[in-house]
Write a protein that binds this ligand. Structure first.
Ligand code: KIV
Ligand code: ZN
Length: 512
């Protein structure tokens, strides 16, 4: 069966989304999960863009063994050299080098003539091939490029040694018919096309990224690029979990395989959402929380008689467990540990103990602990922040009455290890907490977006808070969960501030 390679760019194109700021530990955690998910290639970052990206790409390249790890580089020696330093320890070093080819990008952004662009692309690929056995070359804004020019430049970069040719629809402008036709045209007109892999990279500005990627596959692409949950620049990238499930469920039509471990989809999606703070829309295909919810009476009736009346695949396919948890306040540590292992978590004994104590506290307060609750408990502990100088919330207390001015008092361990207590007022409980925290963190904070949702069902469900804020002019997203929404909000706020501290720490370490 024909195999389609899955190129995951959650940590590069995905991380470029507004407000997302992952630190190295979080990127590594996501990369490990992408390996379990079965990504053929993981684009771990853009090594020359920042010390933080360099460090993350290097750690991921040295850790991940079952997926090829790549990094992005502009068509310039400096970027290629930095990428080689970051990627040389990888099992199979792979570089992704790009240069824009559309008239508008060449004229205004690059300010180069088409001849100069061909020369720069060839030079970059030749130089990259001195180090890397695998070099992917991308024609940025390829879809809006002149087809004859595309053929010319691709012919040249193949001669220069490129092993994969990627034709992105950078601005999400293509329709499936047109994008598929472009791949057919390249297959028919590029010299040596049979020696390279053709790749599709689609953005979702018109909501057609997944359809366009599949149209490319139908017309000769052997690789598709995208992100988990479709995160990415502007409207995002093609959602890889949607492509993988579509090709699996419609195997009768496509007769293709991707190598994706479908059972890892749910977990990968939750991890990416939790760490990036990007909430999944409820009706999103495959991983949205309503993707398997049957609301109307007619649908429920049909579903109860035969699931397949209204369900083309089951939640179990993507690793969602619908069976009762069989874990409660009387469960022992051994059963808890088994559950963590069966959910794919590999926690140290210390972290497992911490999670177990938290679980016991939760079980006392909550009637039913769900698998989603456990995901949060385990994921929070999978990443070790213990050696980082960050804010840790100890206590938050709010005095609220309809006739009083709400007052919040917060006690937290601040980055230098000292415990501080601060209080402030606001026009509501949340504002009082945010004003207090602003005093604590000693900087200018603007709240850009703030949402609270519930994890699972019921009045005792955990509250999940996401905050997008600017701290001294830089934007960060924080997310955290607690049984009380006010506590979750305070923790999410500090989570966003901590991202700034961790980022500054990486930068400082690099300049020393
Ligand atoms: O969308 C795009 O063109 C990209 C390239 C860097 C491949 O992300
Ligand atoms: Zn892109």
């Amino acid at each position: 069966m024909r195999k389609i390679d899955i190129f995951d760019t959650t940590l590069r194109d995905g991380e470029q989304s507004a407000g997302i700021n992952l630190n190295t530990a979080e990127k590594l955690e996501i990369a490990r999960q992408l390996e379990r998910f079965g990504a053929t290639i993981i684009e771990a970052g853009f090594p020359a863009s920042s010390p933080g990206d360099f460090e993350a790409v290097q750690r991921i390249a040295n850790t991940v063994k079952n997926s090829t790890v790549t990094g992005l580089a502009r068509a310039m020696k400096h970027d290629i050299d930095r990428s080689w330093e970051a990627l040389r320890g990888a099992e199979q070093p792979h570089l992704h080098v790009f240069l824009a080819t559309s008239p508008i990008h060449m004229e205004y952004k690059l300010q180069k003539t088409p001849d100069q662009v061909v020369e720069a692309a060839v030079e970059a690929v030749k130089y990259a091939r001195k180090f890397f056995p695998l070099v992917q070359w991308s024609a940025e804004d390829g879809f809006r490029s002149d087809r004859e020019f595309l053929v010319r430049i691709i012919n040249e970069v193949i001669k220069a040694g490129a092993t994969t040719i990627n034709i992105p629809d950078t601005v999400g402008y293509a329709t499936p018919h047109e994008y598929g036709d472009l791949f057919r045209y390249l297959k028919e007109n590029v010299t040596g096309v049979e020696k390279v892999k053709l790749s599709a990279h689609c953005h979702d500005d018109l909501g057609m990224a997944v359809a366009n990627s599949i149209a490319a596959i139908e017309n000769g692409a052997d690789q598709v690029e995208g992100t988990i949950n479709g995160i990415g620049e502007r409207a995002g990238n093609a959602a890889l979990e949607e492509i993988a499930v579509a090709l699996h469920i419609r195997k009768d039509f496509y007769n293709l395989e991707t190598g994706v471990n479908l059972k890892e989809i749910k977990r990968t999606s939750q991890l990416v959402s939790q760490l990036t703070g990007v909430v999944i829309q409820p009706n999103k295909a495959v991983v949205g929380k309503n993707a398997f919810a049957h609301e109307s009476g007619i649908h429920q009736d049909g579903y109860l008689k035969n699931r397949e009346t209204y369900e083309i695949f089951t939640p179990e396919l993507i690793g969602e467990t619908t069976a009762p948890l069989a874990l409660g306040k009387h469960s022992g540590r051994a059963a808890f540990k088994d559950r963590a292992i069966s959910m794919g978590f590999d926690l140290s004994e210390e972290k497992l103990n911490e999670a177990f104590m938290e679980f016991k506290k939760l079980a006392d307060r909550k009637k039913e602990i769900t698998e989603d609750d456990l995901y949060v408990l385990f994921t929070e502990r999978q990443i070790d922040y213990s050696d980082m100088p960050i804010y840790k919330l100890e206590n938050v207390q709010v005095q609220y009455g309809t006739a009083n001015v709400p007052t919040a008092t917060v006690t937290a361990v601040v980055p230098n290890g000292v415990t501080e207590t601060v209080a402030s007022t606001g026009s509501g409980s949340v504002e009082a907490i945010f004003n207090t925290l602003e005093k604590l963190v000693n900087g200018k904070v603007h709240i850009l977006d703030y949402r609270v949702t519930s994890i699972g069902k019921g009045r005792d469900a955990l509250g999940d808070a996401v905050i997008n804020l600017s701290f001294n002019g830089e934007t960060f997203t924080g997310r955290d969960v607690a049984q009380d929404v006010l506590e979750a909000s305070a923790k999410a706020y500090l989570n966003a501030i901590n991202r700034k501290l961790i980022k500054d720490r990486v930068l400082a370490a690099e300049t020393v």
